[in-house]
Design a protein around this ligand. Structure first.
Ligand SMILES: [Zn+2]
Length: 422
């Protein structure tokens, strides 16, 4: 009894008491668009506009984020009580850009958007950014009047939804939304086939395979004028739905779009938790950012492996476990424990996969035959060879030919799947 009471006190003092969705929210989405502006070390977040969208694809039980992942987070507070009624962590392309050499000589703006269930009463939205030391700092504060007639309504251009794999109601399923990029009008049937093919790819990997009946997958049928994607270094510019391009941050295989507003406009046609952009291209490439979007190519021999690797980033915030000294500078400060569940700087390894490491496995763990299939702490990951450690010698977050995620990543993915499908 004592224990139960104690737990209850902790629960309520953290403000995690169950929030009744219908008390605070309508069953639709409010989207807040903004701009990130700054350079290598600075960032201002400024308001763009508010948009009402017809569907809410998220959970109605788990309104408060319990993972603390992401380089940003936002909180929605009920103005009358000042209690948190919704929160989520996320990361952005802008923050990645700030670790490139270009950011030292240029001030740049990039679009950002967040979505949350549409508040019934006046609410406050606050966006926080994770500082170098790992702590969050407030960057943006805005009071929302849900009756403000400047909140834009109506879909830009309503589009047909293709049901790929439907298991149940959006509130109790993980809803993945495939967006077509670089499929012409004549190729809409090809896009449907690719939706089916990539849905099956997802279910080939643990732990997604075990949640097949808790996952919905839909596609939006919206053609592009041209096939493929932009390739700036080859002077190839195509007219496509989502304005994606290779050579993001001048890395040939980093295929992304900076037109985040357009991505959200197209996605608004269906309920979703996760956006996945399928690019009709055979040139190797892809990218994904936590709770932002994932993107992969559909016609490359490595398409399946790229697809699942990128979803590890987009869905579960997994870090790359490989070494790549060329694209970023000090992506992970070595004196701070990164928030990503599958890498550690050993600053706070207790908070990571220590429970999976056998007592007789040395930390750090040598990359020898003896520890080939064991969970340990292997040096090299997060783009650097020294000071960042990964759970296994190989996994799909390090080498695409690996059979799948390592156990630390699987556990992180499964916790999120439970959170979405509760
Ligand atoms: Zn990656």
């Amino acid at each position: 009894m004592k224990k139960i009471l104690f737990l209850f006190l902790i629960w309520t003092s953290l403000g995690l008491a169950q929030i009744n969705f219908d008390d605070y929210f309508f069953d639709k989405t409010l989207r807040l668009d903004f701009f990130h502006t700054g350079d290598h070390t600075t960032e201002i977040i400024s308001l763009d506009e508010l948009i009402e969208e017809p569907f809410w694809g998220g959970s109605k039980n788990n309104l408060i984020d319990t993972f603390n992942y992401g380089n940003y987070k936002f909180e929605v507070r009920d103005s009358a009580t000042n209690s948190i009624i919704y929160s989520r962590g996320f990361s952005t392309l802008y923050q990645e850009w700030q670790t490139t050499a270009e950011s030292k000589s240029v001030v740049k703006s990039m679009s950002g958007t967040i979505t949350f269930p549409f508040p019934k009463k006046t609410a406050n939205v606050e966006i926080f950014r994770r500082e170098r030391n790992g702590e969050f700092a407030s960057k943006f504060n805005y009071s929302i009047n849900p009756n403000n007639y400047f909140i834009r309504k109506g879909l830009d251009n309503p589009k047909e939804v293709y049901e790929v794999h439907i298991s149940g109601k959006p509130a109790i399923c993980l809803d993945i939304l495939f967006l077509p990029e670089g499929y012409t009008r004549e190729e809409m049937e090809l896009f449907k086939e690719d939706c089916q093919r990539f849905a099956e790819y997802l279910f080939d990997y643990e732990p997604f395979s075990e949640y097949r009946d808790k996952i919905n997958i839909r596609g939006i049928l919206s053609p592009s004028m041209d096939a493929g994607s932009d390739i700036p270094a080859e002077d190839r510019w195509n007219n496509t739905l989502l304005n994606s391009r290779y050579y993001t941050f001048d890395s040939e295989r980093y295929l992304m779009t900076q037109d985040y507003k357009k991505v959200r406009d197209v996605a608004a046609n269906a309920p979703y938790d996760q956006i996945y952009i399928l690019v009709n291209s055979d040139k190797y490439g892809g990218g994904a950012i936590y709770n932002y979007y994932s993107l992969c190519i559909t016609n490359n021999p490595m398409g399946k492996e790229v697809f699942i690797h990128e979803f590890g980033h987009g869905f579960a915030g997994l870090a790359d476990e490989y070494v790549d000294p060329y694209t970023y500078e000090e992506f992970y400060p070595l004196d701070v424990e990164p928030w990503e569940p599958n890498i550690t700087t050993l600053v706070d390894f207790e908070s990571k996969w220590k429970n999976l490491v056998d007592e007789d496995t040395p930390i750090p763990t040598p990359s020898t035959e003896e520890y080939k299939d064991k969970v340990g702490v292997f040096e090299g990951g997060g783009y650097v060879a020294k000071g960042v450690y990964r759970p296994t010698q190989n996994s799909i977050m390090r080498v695409l030919s690996s059979p799948g995620f390592n156990q630390a990543s699987k556990n992180a993915i499964e916790q999120l799947l439970k959170f979405y499908t509760d």
